[in-house]
Design a binder for this molecule. Structure first.
Ligand SMILES: [Zn+2]
Ligand SMILES: [Zn+2]
Length: 290
């Protein structure tokens, strides 16, 4: 009964036709990749995937901007944010607002992609209705005041789609239309589903190290296609920790990149949960006992 009420509430949200048309068009274009394979196109896919998915979404939008799991110079924060815009998952302020809502109200009515409303809703349905994909000014001001005060972030949030046009133009100049199909359309669609699977699959399938109050799971398959974001039960339990994979078996490329950046002085004050010590530390100083 509870589920029926929630589904009806979801259905009352306004249908976002422009999102439906855009997402359908990108999927149709991505299918053309089947007929246009080349090693150069695959390389373009992998490079732009790393740029947008790992540096942009994983490090930028998620671990830095949403959870402030580490610090960077402002110029590098803007660079990571720019990388994130290439994933075409909305502007950073809107994305961060949606994700902070997900953590604050996990699996309740206020969770923008609550898995309790069904797998379809948690995966893709939520972007087709309501404002979760394009948050209102008022909601962003309430949940993301840190970024709303920043004119550079506001600008990038508004014009987030421009970077995809720039990237497509560069790919076209290098390798023609087939490279655009692989490096923009296929890669964007792949990146969407990878991120959405974190919302759907890792609230459904996988193992649970911690008895968190939600259904979040750790899932190696999802971690493999998201540069480490699939250790979602660890993440829900210690959201600020910039380290999601907590053992050597839990491969977390995003974490390894953050550690490498810390070594060369690009990031500092890194929050990390240490499983052996059972506590969260900030860089080298112990922050608190768990
Ligand atoms: Zn979650
Ligand atoms: Zn998170």
């Amino acid at each position: 009964m509870q589920n029926v009420v929630e589904i009806n509430q979801a259905k009352s949200l306004k249908i976002q036709w422009s999102t439906i048309v855009g997402v359908t068009f990108f999927h149709a274009m991505a299918i053309l990749a089947l007929f246009t394979f080349s090693w150069q196109n695959l390389a373009a896919f992998l490079f732009t995937w790393w740029f947008a998915g790992s540096l942009g979404i994983g490090l930028g939008y998620h671990r830095l901007l949403t959870h402030r799991g580490f610090k960077t110079p402002k110029w590098f924060e803007y660079f990571l944010t720019f990388c994130g815009t290439i994933a075409l998952q909305s502007g950073a302020i809107s994305w961060v607002t949606t994700h902070r809502l997900h953590h604050a109200f996990t699996e309740t009515d206020k969770d923008p992609h609550s898995p309790l409303k069904g797998l379809y809703w948690a995966h893709i349905g939520w972007i087709f209705r309501g404002t979760a994909q394009n948050q209102t000014e008022a909601t962003m001001t309430r949940y993301t005041p840190d970024m709303m005060k920043d004119p550079v972030h506001r600008f990038m949030n508004k014009y987030y789609w421009v970077s995809s046009i720039i990237v497509a133009a560069i790919l076209y100049a290098i390798g023609g239309w087939t490279m655009v199909i692989w490096g923009t359309f296929l890669r964007t669609v792949f990146g969407w589903h990878a991120t959405w699977l974190v919302n759907s699959a890792t609230h459904t399938w996988g193992s649970r190290r911690f008895e968190s109050r939600d259904t979040s799971t750790n899932n190696g398959w999802i971690a493999a296609i998201t540069w480490g974001e699939g250790w979602h039960n660890n993440h829900h339990t210690y959201p600020r920790s910039a380290r999601h994979g907590l053992t050597w078996k839990e491969v977390d490329i995003n974490w390894l990149e953050i550690k490498a950046m810390e070594k060369i002085g690009l990031v500092s004050d890194v929050y990390a949960f240490d499983l052996k010590e059972n506590q969260e530390t900030v860089s080298n100083s112990i922050k608190k006992a768990a």
